[in-house]
Write a protein that binds this ligand. Structure first.
Ligand SMILES: Nc1ncnc2c1ncn2[C@@H]1O[C@H](COP(=O)(O)OP(=O)(O)OP(=O)(O)O)[C@@H](O)[C@H]1O
Ligand SMILES: [Mg+2]
Length: 248
C-alpha cells in the first residue's frame, strides 16, 4: 500500500495564545519534492517542527508515515535553519556526519555506521574532504556536510529549512542536482524564500503565511501565485531570485 509521507489535517498552533499556524491541511506524498515558501515569521520553520514532533499542535491531527510525529520507526532527515557549530571546535567532516548515526551514550559506532557515513559523504561530493576540519570549509561545503548528516540514516523524508541561505547561485545549481538525485529515494520538503529559484526545480509549491496556500505543480505556481492571490512577488528577474514580500 502506498502511504503518504505526511498528512496534516486542520492543524492550528499557538505560541503564547497567538495563532502562528491556522487551519493547515497538507498531504505530502512519499515521492514529493515540495517547496514551502513565504514571508519571514509566516510559520515555515514551525510547520517543519510540527512534522518532526518538536512542536505540539493545539488543534488537528498530524501523521508521519501513518504514525504520530516523533514516533515513527523511520527517522526523518532534518537540516535546521540555524545549525549552530563552533568554528573553533576541533571536529572533522567525517566525525560531524558520524554524529548523525548516534545511538546513545554507551553504544559504539559500528562498521556499518562508518560505511553509511562514507556513502553519504560520497553522495554529497565531500568524501575527499572527510578528514578536513569543519572550520576549514566554505559555507557551501558546510551545507553539504550537514545534508550528509541529515541523510546518513537513510530517511524516507528529508526536511530542509532554508538550505540555500549561504550558497551562491552557481553552488545552488549543484545543490539542486544533489536534491534531484536524493528525491529518487525520499520525499523532500524545502523551505525557501525564493519563489523564482525553487520553482524550476521542485515538483510542487505551497505558500505559508499563517495559513497554507497549496499551489500545486511548480511550473504554474510562480505565475499563479501572483494572479490567484495577488501575492506580491518582487519581479527582479535576471537571475536574481523572486521574493515574496508581503502578506497574501
Ligand atoms: N518557540 C516559540 N515561542 C514563541 N513564539 C515562537 C516560537 N517559535 C516561533 N515563534 C514565532 O512564530 C512565528 C513563526 O516563526 P517561524 O520561525 O515558524 O517563521 P518562519 O516562516 O520560519 O520565518 P523565517 O522566514 O524568518 O525563518 C514568529 O512570529 C516567531 O516569532
Ligand atoms: Mg524559518
Amino acid at each position: 500500500m502506498v502511504q503518504n509521507a505526511v498528512e496534516i489535517n486542520d492543524v492550528c498552533v499557538k505560541f503564547n495564545k497567538r495563532p502562528i499556524l491556522h487551519d493547515i491541511d497538507l498531504i505530502i506524498k512519499d515521492n514529493d519534492f515540495l517547496a514551502i515558501i513565504g514571508p519571514n515569521a509566516g510559520g515555515k520553520s514551525t510547520l517543519l517542527k510540527v512534522i518532526l514532533g518538536l512542536v505540539k499542535v493545539d488543534q488537528g491531527t498530524v501523521k508521519v508515515f501513518g504514525q504520530n510525529p516523533g514516533n515513527q520507526s523511520n527517522p526523518l532527515g532534518y537540516l535546521p535553519q540555524h545549525v549552530s557549530f563552533d568554528p573553533d571546535f576541533p571536529i572533522n567532516v567525517f566525525e560531524t556526519v558520524l554524529f548523525g548515526r548516534y545511538h546513545g551514550f554507551f553504544k559504539k559506532y559500528s562498521d556499518l555506521d562508518h560505511e553509511k557515513v562514507k556513502n553519504a559523504l560520497e553522495e554529497v561530493g565531500m568524501l575527499e574532504m572527510k578528514d578536513r576540519q569543519m572550520s576549514q570549509l566554505s559555507g557551501g561545503q558546510i551545507q553539504r556536510v550537514f545534508i550528509a548528516r541529515a541523510i546518513v540514516r537513510e530517511p524516507k523524508l528529508l526536511l530542509l529549512d532554508e538550505p540555500m541561505a549561504s550558497i551562491d547561485p552557481e553552488m545552488q545549481n549543484s545543490f539542486y542536482s544533489l536534491l534531484l538525485k536524493l528525491r529518487k529515494r525520499m520525499a523532500i520538503v524545502l523551505v525557501s524564500h525564493d519563489v523564482g529559484a525553487v520553482s524550476s526545480h521542485v515538483e510542487n509549491i505551497a505558500c505559508l503565511n499563517r495559513k497554507l496556500y497549496y499551489h500545486g505543480a511548480a511550473e504554474n505556481a510562480a505565475r499563479s501565485l501572483e494572479k490567484m492571490y495577488k501575492c506580491p512577488i518582487d519581479l527582479l528577474s535576471h537571475g536574481i531570485p523572486h521574493r515574496v514580500l508581503k502578506n497574501h
